[in-house]
Write a protein that binds this ligand. Structure first.
Ligand code: IVH
Length: 710
């Protein structure tokens, strides 16, 4: 079938103009998927759909080599590291693998290797065939046998430093075993979570109102990117070693020899790994693994074949982002056909309404599937799916199956699905679709009920007590989940936290007698709650959980309005549609329409107003925001902090600078006045020096502002 839309036109039929436009579109779309996969651990398409986009990109480039773009996905691996962790440059880049899907492509791969090496027809070539683990690749650097750093792949050249978290993994030796370990060894492999651990983690997260992960890969990624290594330690992650980066000397001369050496050093390697010596043997191994895939306790998405001899690997080398000596033979997406019985709406923690396909149960890849995601209203429209239709579904690496298309003539009388316009909660709050940064209507429909919507309450409460908000000691996620469900002392909104002690006094069944509590812990908890009856204005605004109002925005608002009364009055006027109040807020530095709209929606919801008023009634004082000083040596200046600060945390440094009237920026630019550099400062320091920015040590900074370390 051909279509007028270039992105469904077969590659052979594309004109050069269409191909150029299509390559631009693919580059953008793939970059978006990369960011969601690598940085947000929240992919929005299946692996198979993603692979199809990359394949199409490659096929168009093969036909129109002159049109290959500078930013082509074929020239990049993954996505740049996300913010929050220090960056590590890989001594040897961490590249990616080319994919094969059909058996013939494996034969071509073997033939290509033979041709490249000019091997005689009867000369043997051995391959190491290894399950392709669907986790995250990791580079572990050992110096003198000691683990010194661990980095994610990132964009292949620069990853994130996750050393503290990686140290909590049992499968990662802190010291390499055996004598004669090379002085520098970079061991690479895959961090993964077992399916059992993933299901248990999601069950725990659901009970505690935490983040639910779509598949083991995402939960491994999320667990590894924790700020607090203790959280990573509580999540069971495994590691299989299969590759290396910088090595001061090589302990073996083959891939299989290296794998044996990893084991001697104390690593786990994948037990299914096998040496094969022909394309037929590789394909047979792939089939065998494919059949057993569902019985493995970890996800795999294919089999990787690597030329075993390292001297041959070296001769074969690399083409752009992948080695010529290896290929990933992917498994096809597992598909099945079934009937869509119903569409149900699930309400997430942020009020997002996600349509879920309720299916006639069907087995896909060894798993019985009854639910599949339909993503959002636009996806339902795109598929043109109606209740009663026969649909094709697929599971591709992902645990959440997806509806791919409608396959059969629809039964008569099937009516189009009408996406709800109000929330499922008893308040029947209208749903809104947010405007995206590009000014378009977003795909996700959300309930604006916030604190009043039962689906969102727990999440809001967790946010309310979090460290940067009310920060109540002894009242974390676990306790919030407990009180939310407790019959004697229920907590459904922030004010309820402040009435806990009073209510407990009146109750017959006391909190101190409940499991997990005791007299002392209850006393401490009530004292900690009382201590927060006085709260800083910016914390108060941040704690409300208004969409788009993060910590920085909350601080801007607090500074601009100065007092709770002024802020609350303005917010109510904005909610009532007062153009002047709206304009005033819009005029605040760094505040734009998204924030003003969110404030309008939040305070326009009468339930929220009640929630806020009851909370304020429980507080003693909302401390006015300190106006930034204008007489300090750094007032109005822009400061960048970089490197490992030793005398204060990043948060403390930022707070101090802002209190003194300075603006804190994340990167060095023409506007930067000071760069405060701790040890290990890298590119920012070099850039600052080039730009003639004043560079200070921490001590020089304290001397400048006339204060000592916090
Ligand atoms: S070798 C230069 N071996 O697949 C090639 N990769 O698409 C280095 N992976 O980033 C990779 N199992 O995350 C290799 N046995 C295995 C693997 C494997 C999983 C992942 C890895 C890599 C990606 C490449």
């Amino acid at each position: 079938m051909t279509s007028k839309h270039p992105h469904t036109t077969p590659v052979d039929a594309l004109t050069a103009d269409e191909a150029a436009a299509e390559l631009a579109r693919l580059a953008e779309e793939i970059a978006g998927h990369d960011a969601r996969y690598y940085q947000e651990d929240a992919p929005s398409v299946s692996d198979a759909e993603y692979d199809a986009l990359r394949q199409r990109n490659a096929a168009i480039e093969a036909r129109f080599p002159a049109l290959i773009r500078e930013n082509s996905p074929s020239r990049k691996v993954g996505a740049a590291p996300s913010r929050g962790f220090a960056k590590v440059r890989h001594a040897v880049p961490m590249l990616s693998l080319d994919n094969a899907f059909a058996d013939e492509e494996v034969e071509e791969f073997v033939a290509r290797v033979r041709r490249f090496l000019r091997l005689a027809d009867d000369a043997p070539v051995a391959f190491s065939a290894e399950p392709k683990i669907d986790g995250l690749s990791m580079s572990l650097r050992y110096e003198s046998g000691r683990l010194v750093s661990a980095a994610t792949r990132g964009d292949g050249f620069e990853g994130e430093d996750v050393t503290a978290n990686i140290r909590t993994l049992d499968d990662v030796p802190k010291l390499l075993k055996g004598r004669g370990v090379p002085p520098v060894c970079e061991v690479r492999g895959e961090v993964y979570m077992t399916k059992t651990a993933f299901l248990a983690l999601n069950a725990r997260q659901a009970a505690a109102g935490g983040q639910i992960f779509a598949n083991p890969r995402n939960s491994a990624a999320g667990s590894l990117r924790q700020k607090d290594p203790a959280v990573t330690a509580s999540r069971p992650l495994g590691f299989f070693a299969y590759a290396w980066g910088e090595m001061s000397t090589m302990p073996a001369d083959s891939q299989s020899g290296m794998i044996a050496w990893f084991e001697r050093c104390g690593f786990k390697t994948n037990p299914l790994t096998r040496r094969c010596d022909s394309a037929e043997a590789l394909v047979a191994f792939h089939r065998e693994i494919g059949l057993n895939r569902a019985t493995l306790d970890y996800d795999i998405d294919g089999v990787v074949y690597k030329v075993d001899r390292l001297d041959w690997q070296e001769r074969l080398g690399f083409v752009s982002r992948s080695p010529r000596w290896a290929i990933a033979h992917k498994f096809p997406a597992e598909k099945a056909t079934t009937v869509l019985n119903d569409i149900e709406i699930q309400v997430g923690r942020t009020g997002a309404h996600t349509p879920v396909a309720k299916l006639e149960p069907v087995t896909v890849g060894g798993v019985v599937v009854q639910n599949a995601t339909l993503h959002n209203a636009d996806e339902i429209a795109r598929l043109g799916v109606r209740i009663g239709d026969t649909v094709e579904i697929q599971r591709a690496g992902d645990v959440i199956p997806q509806v791919v298309r409608v396959v059969e003539e629809r039964p008569r009388g099937a009516t189009p699905y009408a996406f709800p316009t109000i929330c499922k909660c008893e308040l029947k709050t209208p749903l809104v679709r947010e405007t995206t940064a590009g000014g378009e209507e977003g795909a996700i429909a959300r309930c604006t009920g916030e604190f009043a919507c039962p689906y969102q309450k727990v999440e809001h409460l967790r946010h309310f007590v979090s460290r940067r908000a009310f920060d109540i000691e002894g009242l974390g996620e676990k306790q919030i989940a407990f009180f939310f469900a407790d019959e004697d002392l229920p907590v459904g909104e922030p004010a309820d936290i402040f009435t806990l002690a009073r209510r407990d006094e009146q109750n017959f069944k006391k909190l101190k007698d409940k499991e997990g509590f005791g007299s002392l812990s209850v006393k401490n908890l009530f004292e900690a709650i009382d201590a927060r009856r006085t709260i800083a204005l910016e914390r108060m605004i941040y704690a409300l959980g208004i969409r788009h109002v993060g910590e920085t925005t909350a601080r801007q608002l607090a500074r601009a309005y100065g007092s709770w009364e002024a802020f609350f009055a303005a917010a109510k006027r904005i909610a009532a549609g007062d153009a002047e109040a709206r304009g005033d807020m819009d005029a605040i530095d760094q505040i734009g329409d998204a924030v003003v709209d969110a404030v309008a929606k939040y305070f326009g919801e009468s339930h929220n107003e009640g929630v806020v008023e009851r909370l304020v009634g429980e507080l003693n004082e909302i401390v006015d925001s300190e106006q930034p000083k204008t007489t300090t040596p750094v007032a109005g200046k822009t400061v960048v902090f970089t490197g490992a600060l030793e005398k204060m945390t990043r948060d403390e440094a930022k707070a101090m600078a802002e209190r003194l009237g300075a603006k804190v920026a994340g990167s060095v630019s023409k506007k930067t006045d000071f760069l405060v550099a701790g040890p290990g400062a890298g590119s920012k320091l070099a850039k600052a020096r080039d730009a003639g920015v004043v560079v200070l040590t921490e001590d020089e900074w304290f001397a400048l502002v006339g204060e000592s370390a916090p």
